[in-house]
Ligand binder design. Sequence first.
Ligand code: ATP
Length: 525
Amino acid sequence: MTKPSDPQRMEKIVSLCKRRGFIFQSSEIYGGLNGSWDYGPLGVELKRNVKNYWWRVMVHERDDVVGMDGSILMNRAVWKASGHEDTFSDLMRECTYTHKRVRADQILPQSGIEFSFTGAESPRDKTRCEFSVPLVILCRKGEHPDSVRRIARECFATVASRKLEPDEIKSLTLLGEQSRQIENSCDYHPETGGLLSDARSFNLMFKTYVGATEDESSITYLRPETAQSIFVQFKNVLEVSRKKLPFGIAQVGKAFRNEINPRNFTFRSREFEQMELEYFCRAEEGMKWLDYWLEERLKFYENIGIPRAQLHVKTVSDEERAFYSKGTYDIEYDFPFGRQELEGVAYRTDYDLSQHQKASGKSLEYFDEETKQKFIPHVVEPSAGVDRTVLALICEAYSEDEAPDEKGKMETRIVVRFHPRIAPIKCAVFPLLKNKEMLVTKAKEIVALLRPHMNVFYDESGAIGRRYRRQDEIGTPFGVTVDFETLSEKDQQLRDTVTLRDRDSMKQERLLIKDLPRILLLRIS
Ligand code: ATP
């Protein structure tokens, strides 16, 4: 069963992300840019850990996969051959008065009273303004019709032949007002309530010009997926890596889509990163590898802290699947805003390589030395989004519990339970007191001891409980405290030992400093 959405939880997550430096709005001081995000000091660490772990399990730990890093700008011919130029589009509808677009398949039914107006007149000097077609706005349930009339007056004021003062706009007389009851209709913009135009196709690729001239011959696009550079380099990579089928080529990199409605924080962005594997195989084994990769990818999410129970596999139906695909699974996650796709695992057959072979005139065939046959390999593609994975990890890890404050009083603790493998900071090191030089020196020695192995953070300011809280909030799994026992002021046996505190259980254990790198590495690898 799908979990109900939880906007409040999402608000808390977005606010934590900004407050603690995971994710900021891009160009924030200029009012932002819709669909673009910047990762702050902690966000970038989290993101890198996700990408590095993906690379480790998909490339380094396997004999049958090699990597590549393709360019974002490619010859336009690539996008013609792949079909993106003609068909990489969404059906969209436009609000007839704000021109805001919305994806045709994402409009929820609405009910209310539809108002239409044909014009307005100023009582001051009888200035009349009219629209060639009536202005139609839905006054949704719970909304007062006057709010719709206010919008209508403002709208007409913008087409008046002279500038109208704000108080004059308020007193415009609306002309031709008509209303009717509407039930469960998808014909109104979900935010503005304006009547929507008919659906039309909207290409999602960002067009750009390469070189000094802005003409047809210099057009290309920012890549909307990383996969195509793998297909067009298939022959080069095959030759240099001397791989035999089945084998894969992996890539992590930026992709761009001019999404009609970027929304749900980073979930649907216009600039994002993908982690894609193109796994080439024989035609008869395509379906087998599709199931194999689905299972591998589910394991990946489990290994970074998203339990299997929170992941949902959707078998994409024949109608929804790309025409060239023989089978596609979507791996979905229950975000606080609903169940949504994290990754697609698609059996793309030999479509892409065949298209590029046809369009370029260059052979992209594989020569099988055993059977002496030449053929175009088929491909299975697990394609994951870095940003969506990061967002799912934050949503999964965010929690609130009760913990004692300095005086032992219970208070709400925000704790982000990242898997140690992907936590931005692995271990925080604290001297018990900042004004005791020996404690500080020892703590800094521990930082130096751990730093070659992991990302550590030194903090000496504030009460120790407060320092723990600050780390809990950003998901640091371990905290090391240097106290007077470390300096063996009371008990020789405790000399050079520290307490290691576990974020989740809040339990502390006493360990020798020299054992810390080994013990921590075991827990974070
Ligand atoms: P959706 O249906 O959500 O638009 P899609 O099926 O078009 O996604 P794919 O083309 O299969 O997505 O891309 C593979 C992966 O890339 C997605 O599963 C997702 O993780 C990521 N991705 C795609 N579009 C976006 C986006 N606009 N913002 C962030 N990540 C994205």
